[in-house]
Design a protein around this ligand. Structure first.
Ligand code: PEP
Length: 249
C-alpha cells in the first residue's frame, strides 16, 4: 500500500438487530488490531447510538448516508448535525447501492459531500463501474466522472478517502483481481494529480471494496496503490474483519 495510514471501513448496510450488533461489537472489542490502521464501522442509523456507547474508541463510527444540508423539514432524512451529535466522524457517500438502487446522482452526492466536510465529518467517497460499463471499456470514464463530481463539490481533500468499488464485485463474491484493482487505483491517483494537485494525489487514500474477505485481503493489500478496504459482508463477522484490518503491509 502507498499513501498514508491504512484505512479499513466496515459497511454493515441494512443488517442486524440489537442482539446481533451487540455480539459484533463485543467481538470487535476483544479483537487484536494492528495499531497502524484507521478502522471505521458504519452501522445502520438506528444502532449508531448503541454502537457508540459500547464499541471501543479504537474504532470510529461512520454513517451510511446523510442529508445534503442543515436539518429541517426533510421527512425521513438524517442530518449531519445529528450524526455529529451521536459521535460519528465519517459518512459513506456515493455507495453503489445508493446510486443504482435508490437513484442518487453525482450532483446530489456532491452536495452531501460538500456539506458533510463543511461540518467536519470525513467522507468515504465511493466510485465504481457497472459490469456492462467495464465490458464496454468505460471503467475509467465512469470512475473519472464520479470522481469529478466529488472534486467539483469538495473544498478540501484532507478528510476524504476514496473507495473504488466495482459494482460487479459488491456482494457478489467476485472480487477484483489485485491487478484489476491496482490499475484503477493508479488511474484515480493520476486523475487527482492532473485535475486536483500533486499533493492531493499523493496523500489521498484510495481503498478498494467489493467482496473483500479474510482469504483475499492479503494479496490485495500488497498492491502499491491499495491503501485499505471498504468491506461489506465480511465486516459483519468480527474475527474476519480483524483479519482484514491486520492485512496492512
Ligand atoms: C460494500 O458494500 O461497500 C462492499 C464492498 O460490500 P461486500 O464487501 O459485501 O462486497
Amino acid at each position: 500500500s502507498g499513501s498514508g495510514k491504512f484505512f479499513v471501513g466496515g459497511n454493515w448496510k441494512c443488517n442486524g438487530t440489537g442482539d446481533s450488533i451487540s455480539k459484533l461489537v463485543s467481538d470487535l472489542n476483544s479483537a487484536i488490531l494492528e495499531s497502524d490502521v484507521d478502522v471505521v464501522v458504519a452501522p445502520p442509523f438506528v444502532y449508531i447510538d448503541q454502537v457508540k456507547n459500547s464499541l471501543s474508541d479504537r474504532i470510529e463510527i461512520a454513517a451510511q448516508n446523510c442529508w445534503t444540508g442543515k436539518g429541517g423539514a426533510f421527512t425521513g432524512e438524517i442530518s449531519v448535525e445529528q450524526l455529529k451529535d451521536l459521535g460519528c466522524k465519517w459518512v459513506v457517500l456515493g455507495h453503489s447501492e445508493r446510486r443504482h438502487i435508490i437513484g442518487e446522482d453525482d450532483q446530489f452526492i456532491g452536495k452531501k459531500a460538500a456539506y458533510a466536510l463543511s461540518e467536519g465529518l470525513g467522507v468515504i467517497a465511493c466510485i465504481g463501474e457497472l459490469l456492462e460499463e467495464r465490458e464496454a471499456g468505460k471503467t475509467f470514464d465512469v470512475c473519472f466522472q464520479q470522481l469529478k463530481a466529488f472534486a467539483d463539490a469538495v473544498p478540501s481533500w484532507d478528510k476524504v478517502v476514496i473507495a473504488y468499488e466495482p459494482v460487479w464485485a459488491i456482494g457478489t463474491g467476485k472480487v477484483a483481481t489485485p491487478e484489476q484493482a491496482q490499475e484503477v487505483h493508479v488511474a484515480v491517483r493520476d486523475w487527482l494529480n492532473k485535475n486536483v494537485s500533486a499533493d492531493v494525489s499523493s496523500k489521498t487514500r484510495i481503498i478498494y471494496g467489493g467482496s473483500v474477505n479474510g482469504g483475499n485481503c492479503a494479496e490485495l493489500a500488497k498492491q502499491e496503490d491499495i491503501d485499505g478496504f471498504l468491506v461489506g459482508g465480511a465486516s459483519l463477522k468480527g474475527p474476519e474483519f480483524a483479519t482484514i484490518i491486520n492485512s496492512v503491509t
